[in-house]
Design a binder for this molecule. Structure first.
Ligand code: AMP
Ligand code: MG
Length: 342
């Protein structure tokens, strides 16, 4: 298949891409979180094409993207709590799980009778959905199991030749996927996946937030995660990632032990000067700026993937506060939960 690459500034191109979506094609587009791979959420066959292009397991549901809150009732049964969340956080990087209406096929929801709804704030994403005039089912536009895509070149690497259009909108602003919540009571939320909106921000607005177990640790083979996607080894580069948990200085010394191992790289922060000047270290951001780390993490993991010689990646277990919770979650998943206590 020939994949057309267009700029987000090409309005005619966006209109054509929207028509491609409406007619059942696949279009990768920028959002404020990561790049998404969109399909018409009302067409079962279009949804199936997403699973085929990504190699995604068919029980891993797709998030449905809309352009405005007014459209939410058309695809699901929304409650007051949703609209209160929307006042503070929507449009933006928040996905809310709600009971689906019949118009959304089970092919989109992986057989579930609920649907995840997100309204992106990214202008291009929002415009594309508006032009398409249909809800857009869109997971992240990476091959299943690979780190998510935060620039158009990542999408080209994973999906060129498999989808109709890639819209280039530069680097994703946040760089990590949306926060996913389910509503469990008037003010009660369960966090299924941490992301751009932090539990602290939700609490500030008067919501109680329970963190789902699957966010923090590996579930046993008998436990089913509330977000089916959380059970898959996600966000992972080809090399084995190992995380060290313990006193900062001890962890730093441990990481230095790998400085001359050809097949190993170390992830560190700008501030870790002894580590960041090593030839085999990758800076993932600043210790005082989690947003910067979120923004760079997937891109660094993808850069590491490009070097076949790298067999091991070592890093400190990050602090799970604020956006740090999302970074912690993505790293423990990238590591396949391989965390060594020092
Ligand atoms: P992705 O779009 O690739 O970021 O993945 C979407 C994530 O949303 C996966 O982890 C899914 O399990 C989760 N998700 C989507 N819809 C639902 C739903 N109805 N219930 C629970 N989790 C969902
Ligand atoms: Mg994904």
């Amino acid at each position: 298949m020939k994949t057309l690459i267009i700029s987000e500034n090409d309005d005619n191109g966006l209109k054509k891409a929207a028509a491609t979506l409406r007619e059942g094609g696949l279009v990768a587009f920028p959002t404020e979180t990561v790049y998404g791979l969109g399909a018409n959420a009302l067409m079962p066959d279009a949804a199936k094409k997403i699973y085929a292009a990504k190699g995604r397991p068919s029980d891993n549901p797709l998030i449905v993207h809309l352009s405005c809150v007014q459209d939410v009732e058309k695809v699901c049964y929304a409650c007051d709590t949703y609209y209160r969340l929307a006042e503070s956080f929507i449009p933006g990087p928040l996905t809310v799980i709600m009971p689906k209406r019949d118009i959304i096929p089970f092919e989109v929801t992986g057989g579930l009778d609920t649907v995840g709804i997100r309204i992106p704030s990214n202008i291009t994403a929002n415009k594309l959905i508006r032009y398409a005039k249909v809800p857009i089912a869109a997971p992240s536009s990476n091959l299943s199991g690979k780190p998510s895509t935060t620039k158009a070149s990542h999408v080209v690497a994973d999906l060129y030749g498999k989808i109709d259009v890639i819209i280039d909108g530069g680097e994703s602003e946040i760089g990590l996927e949306s926060t996913i919540v389910t509503i469990e009571g008037k003010n009660d939320l369960r966090l299924l996946r941490p992301g751009g909106i932090t539990p602290e921000q939700l609490k500030e607005r008067g919501f109680n937030v329970k963190i789902d177990k699957a966010v923090l640790e590996k579930l046993s083979d008998f436990e089913r995660p509330a977000a089916p996607g959380m059970k898959y080894r996600h966000y992972a580069p080809c090399a084995q990632v190992t995380l060290f948990d313990g006193d900062e200085e001890i962890v730093k010394r441990k990481l230095q032990e790998y400085k001359s191992v050809d097949s190993a790289v170390i992830l560190c922060y700008y501030e870790d000067e002894e580590l960041s000047r090593l030839p085999n270290s990758y800076v993932i951001g600043s210790k005082t700026d989690d947003l910067d780390t979120a923004h760079r993490l997937f891109s660094v993991l993808r850069d590491i993937d490009e070097d076949d010689k790298i067999k091991n990646v070592y890093a400190a277990l990050p602090c799970a506060k604020g956006i740090g919770l999302a970074i912690f979650n993505r790293l423990i998943k990238a590591a396949g939960y391989r965390v060594i206590k020092l």
